[in-house]
Write a protein that binds this ligand. Structure first.
Ligand code: ACO
Length: 313
């Protein structure tokens, strides 16, 4: 038996903020945002919709997709950089909302790579027969840590949540290899300033790191899985910037329709971007049973992580 994904769910707020809308707020324009980032619009949550609320809806959708009841879940992991509170964790809030008691629940903090860190953590518990079914959620309300007067950052991010159920899967399906990494010396390039509580970023340094690390990490996990670039059926990279995604796609020799680019509609939703993209691509009919899927995240820390999954239950 392998360890794989048996259910996927997502949630995005209804409120769409377009590039044109941002032109009224800061000195920017649609053309600049599209050409530099690929982003056309993003969803922004209302005042009363926090990270936990989005996580709970995505989790319920993933459970329904997996055809499981909440009681079947034995561990809840939530990847987030924007929890409602320092504690209780978002994971504990999800546990309460699902009317579960006693099962462990914890948040994972690895910025935009957090969801991959969560998947790999869940994988260990299933692989060692500790738990049978684990909820892994990525949920972010980045709109609350954005300085809406800073054009360098406010155009880049959005809110949303995605969730998966990790369990045993049949035959040779499931996670074939993974890699996690971090480089604390690059932490200064992307951080939430303690004084202001707003995100600050050295865009050029983050860009250079991502263009180098993202494709390299994909190549590492493909080799670890005993596969080659030609075996990849679909790539789901963290959705930060279309130019970073394109650089990875070119290095891996993939055609455009083999790579998820949901950044156009969602912006960068940090730890939620990968499960949200996975959900959308399944809805779009882009992922088939038996496909080799590469998932790769990178983010503040600096952190990165990638996985190869043979898709299917
Ligand atoms: N609208 C219009 N002009 C802008 C905007 C904007 N929104 N933002 C910056 N500019 C201006 C700058 O002021 C600068 O003007 P100047 O030349 O007169 O000084 C000019 O545009 C060029 O700015 P650059 O910083 O050189 O633009 P660059 O091509 O590097 O693109 C970007 C900036 C899009 C931020 C890019 O560096 C990038 O995508 N970096 C990676 C960011 C990223 O992925 N972050 C998320 C990481 S994940 C996580 O953990 C949160």
């Amino acid at each position: 038996m392998g360890v794989g994904i048996i259910g996927v769910g997502a949630y995005v707020p209804e409120n769409i903020v377009t590039n044109k809308d941002l032109e009224d707020m800061v000195d920017t324009n649609d053309e600049w945002i599209r050409t530099r980032t690929g982003i056309e619009e993003r969803r922004i949550a209302s005042e009363d919709m926090d990270t936990s609320h989005m996580a709970i809806i995505a989790a319920k959708n993933a459970l329904a997709d997996a055809k499981l009841e909440a009681e079947d879940i034995e561990l809840i992991l939530v990847a987030t950089a924007t929890p409602d509170n320092v504690f209780p964790t978002v994971a504990c809030m999800v546990q309460e909302a699902l009317s579960l008691t006693n099962i462990p629940a914890m948040d994972i903090s690895a910025a935009c790579a957090g969801f991959v860190y969560g998947l790999v953590t869940a994988y260990q518990y299933i692989e060692t027969n500790t738990y049978k079914n684990i909820l892994v959620i990525g949920s972010e309300k980045f709109s609350k840590i954005i300085d809406w007067s800073d054009k360098n950052t406010c155009v880049l991010f959005g809110d949303g949540a995605g969730a998966v159920v990790i369990s045993n899967v049949t035959g040779d399906k499931g996670i074939l290899s993974f890699e996690l990494g971090a480089d604390g010396s690059g932490g200064k390039h992307l951080l939430v300033d303690n004084e202001t509580d707003f995100i600050t970023m050295n865009g050029k340094e983050v860009f250079k790191f991502a263009v180098r690390q993202l494709p390299q990490s994909c190549i590492n996990v493909i080799e670890k899985a005993g596969l080659t670039k030609e075996d990849i059926n679909f790539l789901i990279p963290h959705q930060a910037n279309i130019r970073i995604i394109d650089a990875a796609r070119e290095r891996l020799g993939l055609k455009q329709d083999k790579v998820s680019t949901t950044v156009r509609k969602h912006g960068n939703t940090s730890a939620a971007s990968i499960p949200l993209a996975l959900y959308e691509e399944l809805e779009n009919g882009k992922i088939f049973d038996g496909d080799i899927i590469v998932i790769v995240g990178f983010g503040g820390g600096l952190t990165w992580g990638s996985l190869v999954i043979k898709w299917g239950k």
